[in-house]
Design a protein around this ligand. Structure first.
Ligand code: 3H9
Length: 648
């Protein structure tokens, strides 16, 4: 059956695209639409409604076709043809009209959205710009600076804003198709609207434009596409429609072949591939409605908030009622923040509270389907918690630990049924960070793994599966390049030089700034813990320990790798003198590094550790490592990740 069908509703033709999962504008969809257009141009219905089956309107061009030979008809030609139709075309939008889907809607003469619909131009996130008229038609329909915002940020907008901006003609409060048919009847009785491509571009004052664009592109860092999107919208204002369309197409084609777009497309699909395991195919997860959280510190409260915001019931347990109250206050801090920022309504906020309890008695966990402990990182403490959980929880409840580095096989072995124990390693702040490492101990049951993956989906996290080792994927790689950064200090670099190299590479912050933010005492504790097992032959840099011994733990003490006067980091001459004296003490002749040399050492280290993690089976694929690095540490998406860069 064709992916595009046409049915008559009275004298209105309803053209339906049905191309699951997201109605991407594949060749079959484009051809089907071209056929529907030719047929309706011939049969001359009063008007045409364009709608989609399934969960969404067209979510864009079919990205999987981008690396294959081009197949006619092209989307730009199809959209020009639709825009030139002699009857009104009404786009009836539900779900997300994104990229080529938004452009398809713009080629229609009218647009009506479901109240929950979203529309946008996210091509920048794939290292692209809209390539089928989005940057040309949109600023001819809505305020050009709003059009530029959509193209530059890639952020979709909701139906209300789309209507306010003039992108939607109306919102369907009831049935979308019925409302679209009514709008079509109305449009059929009125003169045809002039195609957007034929309209003159509005004038925008240059200074206003420049100020808006520099604000909108400020967050792009090393990514090209937001700047290219801004330039394309500017072109659209400076040229007539057809000429601007040609320029947009050239820009799109150039970007499609660019390394940044290849990297961003890779990471787009990688994020959708990770978190799948052949072990869970056809395996039903256990029920998940009531979650237990042990520990109401920053991590426990963040996990609790993430679970609550996703509709789960949460029972928090702390060692006494005072601690439970403090944990509850932390959870309220997060929920209250969401309320203040308008992310949830007052009613939702109250409903979330009704789903939350904090207590000190493990007996409250009798109904919990999954319990996640986020207590102090100490093996004996963890084992005590798991013994208490085993006694209090129903036998089928999944028991999870949020440990960042402890041996989860050992934790699992401490309970009677180790197959129910899994690692759920969140990143702080847990209600915000997308990544969730699901750590798979040896004895884990398949349906417990399926439950952990299901839980990640419910709380809208990006799950990456990792084997048991010190630091799993994320922290193991980070420890390794942090060590390399310490070697660089002894070899001749200074912290601010390493940090600048990392930032200019595209990381949000350098490794020394990051440690100052997290607290140097965390790494110090880990080094002390490992001291007994560290091979004597291993190169060891004493500088961070010496800084810690002075009680300087980073931002929180006003001093760490940097000095913090008024909260702003400045170079610390004492730290730099310490570094230089340590090089001398070890007989190392300090060398001046270029930024490229510094980054080559750090990146090389990430890649070597990544390769070791792969060969040991801790990660199943390079995608697991790259998705982890991008989402845990802000490795620049537009570089794909260390393993993608290596071509591994
Ligand atoms: C573009 O339009 C260029 C034009 O301007 C010019 C052209 C000339 N193509 O994310 P999900 C797959 S560029 C192919 O898990 P959700 C996805 O891989 C495009 N496949 O669902 C996954 O497959 P699988 C601009 C696609 O509900 C499945 O669909 N558009 C595409 O969480 C489900 O995806 C975009 O950038 C695609 N375009 O989120 C939008 N999109 O099941 C990209 C998705 O095998 N898409 N798939 O793993 C999205 O943002 C989200 O997928 C969406 C749904 C919000 C739509």
């Amino acid at each position: 059956m064709s992916v595009v069908t046409t049915q008559m509703h009275g004298d209105i033709a309803v053209v339906t695209i049905d191309n699951p999962p997201v109605n991407a504008a594949s060749q079959a969809v484009r051809q089907g639409l071209m056929n529907a257009l030719m047929a309706t141009e011939k049969s001359k219905p009063a008007a045409v409604v364009l709608t989609c089956a399934g969960r969404t309107f067209v979510a864009g061009a079919d990205i999987r076709e981008f690396d294959k030979p081009f197949l006619e008809p092209g989307l730009p030609e199809l959209l020009n043809a639709i825009e030139s139709a002699t009857r009104p075309w009404i786009a009836a939008i539900h779900g997300t009209a994104l990229g080529g889907g938004c452009e398809l809607a713009l080629a229609c003469s009218h647009r009506i959205g479901a109240a929950t619909a979203k529309i946008g131009l996210p091509e920048v996130n794939l290292g692209l710009i809209p390539g089928a008229g989005g940057t040309v038609r949109l600023p001819r329909l809505i305020d050009p600076i709003d059009a530029a915002r959509l193209a530059i940020t890639g952020k979709p907008i909701g139906a209300r804003e789309a209507t306010k901006l003039g992108l939607f003609d109306a919102i369907a409060e009831g049935d979308l198709l019925e409302a679209a048919v009514e709008l079509a009847k109305d449009a059929a009785d009125k003169p045809m609207r002039a195609p957007l491509l034929t309209r003159a571009a509005p004038e925008v004052d240059q200074a206003t434009w420049d100020a808006a664009i520099s604000k909108l592109t400020a967050k792009a860092r090393g990514q090209n596409s937001p700047h290219e999107a801004a330039a394309a919208v500017r072109d659209a204002l400076d040229h007539d429609g057809p000429a601007a369309l040609k320029l947009e197409r050239e820009r799109f084609m150039r970007l499609k072949g660019s390394p940044q777009s290849a990297a961003l497309r890779y990471i787009f699909f990688a994020e959708r591939t990770v978190g799948k395991s052949p072990r869970t195919k056809g395996v039903a997860p256990r029920p998940l409605a009531q979650i237990g959280i042990i520990g109401g510190g920053t991590m426990g409260a963040g996990i609790a908030a993430a679970a609550l915001l996703s509709g789960l019931k949460v029972q928090m347990i702390e060692r006494n009622q005072d601690a439970a109250n403090a944990g509850a206050a932390r959870v309220e801090g997060i929920l209250g923040g969401s309320l203040k920022r308008g992310l949830i309504t007052e009613a939702k906020h109250d409903a979330l509270h009704a789903n939350f309890e904090a207590a000190s008695d493990y007996a409250e966990l009798g109904e919990a389907d999954l319990v996640i402990e986020a207590v102090f990182e100490d093996m004996d403490v963890k084992k005590e918690v798991f013994a208490a959980l085993e006694a209090a929880c129903k036998p089928e409840a999944v028991l999870a630990t949020n440990t960042s580095y402890l041996d989860i096989n050992e934790i699992a072995a401490s309970v009677k049924d180790p197959s129910r124990v899994v690692g759920l390693h969140f990143f702080s702040p847990a209600h915000i960070m997308k990544l969730l490492e699901i750590v798979v101990p040896e004895a884990l049951a398949d349906d417990v793994l399926a439950t952990a993956i299901q839980f990640a989906k419910i709380v809208r996290k990006l799950p990456v599966l990792a084997g048991v080792c010190d630091g799993f994927i994320a922290n193991r790689i980070m420890s390794s390049y942090r060590r390399e950064a310490d070697y660089l200090l002894e070899d001749g670099a200074l912290p601010y030089e390493v940090d600048a190299a990392m930032r200019n590479f595209g990381m949000p912050m350098g490794i020394f700034e990051m440690q100052d933010l997290a607290g140097l005492d965390i790494g110090w504790a880990a080094r002390k813990r490992r001291a007994a097992t560290r091979p004597a032959s291993e190169r060891y840099v004493d500088i961070p320990d010496r800084i810690c011994k002075q009680g300087n733990f980073g931002r929180k003490t006003g001093r760490g790798w940097y000095l913090y006067d008024d909260g702003k980091p400045t170079r610390d001459p004492e730290v730099e003198a310490l570094i230089i004296s340590e090089s001398a003490r070890k007989g190392i002749t300090r060398k001046k590094f270029t930024e490229e040399e510094l980054m080559a050492r750090i990146l090389g280290c990430m890649q070597n550790e990544g390769a070791a993690i792969l060969s040991e089976g801790i990660a199943a694929s390079r995608e697991d490592i790259d998705v982890t690095m991008v989402n845990a540490f802000g490795f620049p998406r537009w570089k794909g990740g260390p393993m993608f860069m290596k071509g591994a």
